[in-house]
Design a protein around this ligand. Structure first.
Ligand SMILES: [Zn+2]
Length: 56
């Protein structure tokens, strides 16, 4: 369960490689880690933010 789908920022090509097979550009993750549903700590981060906002 480690499908790290990455995306070339130049031509938008999706690949599992760290380099685009078309242009050789370093690919990036299309989704920031903090928004990953696999992030086991997202609940804690959201909870912390919620508490922080309520305390303001
Ligand atoms: Zn590319």
């Amino acid at each position: 369960m480690n499908k790290l789908l990455r995306r070339c920022p130049v031509d938008g090509n999706y690949t599992l490689q760290k380099q685009c097979p078309k242009c050789g550009t370093q690919t990036v993750s299309p989704h920031p880690p903090k928004f990953s549903p696999d992030d086991k700590y997202i609940r804690y981060r959201l909870a912390a933010r919620y508490v922080h906002d309520k305390s303001q």
